[in-house]
Design a protein around this ligand. Structure first.
Ligand SMILES: *[C@@H]1O[C@H](CO)[C@@H](O)[C@H](O)[C@H]1NC(C)=O
Ligand SMILES: *[C@@H]1O[C@H](CO)[C@@H](O)[C@H](O)[C@H]1NC(C)=O
Ligand SMILES: *[C@@H]1O[C@H](CO)[C@@H](O)[C@H](O)[C@H]1NC(C)=O
Ligand SMILES: *[C@@H]1O[C@H](CO)[C@@H](O)[C@H](O)[C@H]1NC(C)=O
Ligand SMILES: *[C@@H]1O[C@H](CO)[C@@H](O)[C@H](O)[C@H]1NC(C)=O
Length: 484
């Protein structure tokens, strides 16, 4: 048999000498090509889609996009659909207002893959740090002043070199309370008086020297205590929002999740590859920081960015999945305590609407039947929008142009010519607006990426929105000049 085979192949190779190299080469090159295409697809196409879909486009999820856009904004819908087609979402929603009018309201995919519950416009989504935008809510009442020392409202706060820290320092992440040395327990968080004692006792981490270092979780607890101390009814921010804002303006923003709403909350997802990449990134960071172990010096002390980051993100929030341990992130229990920095449950339509009220100088939007009472005065909107000098954030490692209100002017990739005011949340959510263009945007999704201030999904759609609005503005000015 063997002989026969070898002779026949010999015969063959003799009769087709020129083809021999090609036939040997051909299967290998095809094999390499197919494998490369597959590897490319698996790594680039739809990190959240099943493997069979990523490899062979078999068994892909049937994701439908619902909602609508004003005719001028059709390209935004196309971009939204395209993100689903490339498998980059599980469930998400994008809502935009232009000049106080709802122009984009899109949602699609699944809030839960297992039960095939659809992601609809009422799905509640944890939006992590997009919650940080909600600080302006109580400033308008004249009970708080950004320039005031916190110790005026809360004398015990003065401990540990914090006596000169102002409310403005706190909302802009430079109060020196980036992390707590005490590991909090759930019971600490449920007893606000006990929590306040721990917060007040925490010494200033830079010995009183002002430096920006992102207060990822802590900012919310400190703000809550300050608000409790000036509110006549001693309510938290979450309670004030639920009693005075949600129903009145027909929107939802919960800083702790009532148990009856749990069925409306989306399940969180992240792609396994994201975890691998983030792990590699940590390894790389480790190496980098070893090379430059003194990354910066504050008050004569050398402080490593990585150490700060670990403390700020890791030790903090029992019950909330650890952001540094991505395996944990998808395990979202009902969060029953408030951390107004990161535990916001909301949706794109609520964020966009709040942004639209701000771009409308704090006045409610006409024609939607909700409250006629201004949310904020124009003076407050002007104040919270006031730019502060550019500051390096020693945790995030980037320069930001903060605004007095405690968010930042963001120049996002691809749309650097427009400054959006607002902030984003871990995984990709965004809550931003631009007063000159009259745009506000809310984006919420349950497929988390390693992003802090949005990622290519929302940036691409924002670019489409900005293009449409610029075109409309140009037309408008041409129309009005031709009338003259
Ligand atoms: C996908 O889902 C939509 C609505 O849920 C349904 O109308 C459509 O027929 C489905 N398509 C496929 C290919 O299953
Ligand atoms: C607070 O300000 C006072 C007056 O300027 C100053 O003497 C004191 O050293 C400051 N405290 C800290 C911790 O920087
Ligand atoms: C990638 O992540 C998965 C899921 O956590 C893990 O099992 C696997 O070992 C990781 N691979 C590498 C190369 O780190
Ligand atoms: C996070 O904190 C826990 C306990 O507080 C610790 O065991 C773990 O090693 C920390 N993880 C990182 C990445 O620092
Ligand atoms: C400009 O005028 C044209 C023609 O009257 C009209 O169709 C269009 O909507 C106007 N554009 C804007 C932005 O007002």
């Amino acid at each position: 048999m063997e002989n026969e085979k070898s002779t026949s192949s010999k015969k063959e190779s003799n009769s087709y000498p020129s083809n021999n190299a090609r036939t040997k080469f051909f299967p290998i090159s095809v094999f390499v090509l197919v494998i490369s295409v597959m590897i490319y697809r698996v790594f680039t196409f739809g990190p959240f889609a099943p493997l069979s879909c990523r490899l062979l486009r078999i068994g892909c999820l049937n994701m439908t996009v619902q909602g609508d856009v004003s005719p001028e904004f059709i390209d935004v819908k196309k971009a939204f659909v395209k993100i689903f087609e490339s498998g980059e979402e599980v469930g998400s929603s994008l809502v935009a207002y232009y000049n106080g009018k709802l122009v984009v309201e899109l949602y699609g995919g699944y809030a839960d893959l297992e039960t095939k519950r659809e992601y609809d416009k009422d799905t509640l989504q944890i939006v992590y740090s997009s919650s940080k935008v909600m600080v302006y809510i109580y400033i308008d009442r004249g009970l708080l002043n950004y320039n005031e020392k916190i110790s005026k409202y809360w004398p015990e706060f003065a401990q540990g070199n914090k006596e000169n820290v102002t409310l403005l320092d706190l909302v802009n992440h430079r109060a020196g309370v980036t992390y707590l040395e005490t590991q909090l327990t759930k019971s600490d968080l449920e007893d606000l008086d006990k929590l306040a004692k721990i917060l007040a006792a925490q010494p200033h981490i830079f010995d009183g020297v002002t430096a920006r270092a992102y207060h990822a979780a802590t900012r919310g607890w400190y703000l809550n205590e300050i608000v409790r101390r000036v509110d006549p009814k001693r309510r938290t921010m979450g309670q004030i929002i639920s009693e005075e804002i949600m129903k009145q303006y027909d929107l939802e923003f919960y800083f702790s999740l009532p148990s009856n709403l749990v069925p409306r909350v989306s399940t969180l997802y992240y792609a396994p590859i994201t975890e691998n990449i983030s792990r590699m990134r940590l390894i790389l960071l480790d190496w980098l920081y070893k090379k430059r172990s003194e990354s910066f010096i504050i008050n004569k002390k050398s402080i490593k960015q990585k150490d700060l980051m670990m403390k700020a993100f890791n030790n903090t929030i029992p019950g909330l999945p650890h952001i540094l341990e991505l395996k944990e992130v998808t395990k979202l229990e009902a969060i029953t305590f408030e951390c107004p920095s990161v535990t916001g449950f909301s949706n794109a339509k609520s964020m966009a609407k709040l942004g639209a009220i701000i771009t409308n100088n704090g006045q409610p939007l006409n024609n939607d039947g909700s409250s006629n009472k201004p949310l904020l005065s124009k003076n407050t909107v002007d104040l919270i929008s006031t730019k502060l000098p550019v500051a390096l954030d020693h945790i995030i490692g980037l320069n930001f142009t903060p605004a007095i209100g405690g968010f930042a002017y963001l120049k996002l990739p691809g749309i650097e010519d427009v400054e959006f005011l607002g902030w984003g949340g871990f995984g990709g959510s965004m809550f931003i607006w631009n007063r000159e263009l009259g745009i506000s945007i809310g984006y919420a999704m349950n497929a988390l990426r390693m992003s802090t201030i949005g990622d290519k999904r929302v940036w691409g759609m924002l670019k489409e929105i900005v293009n449409v609005v610029k075109k409309l503005k140009k037309e408008q000015s041409e129309n009005s000049s031709s009338k003259k």
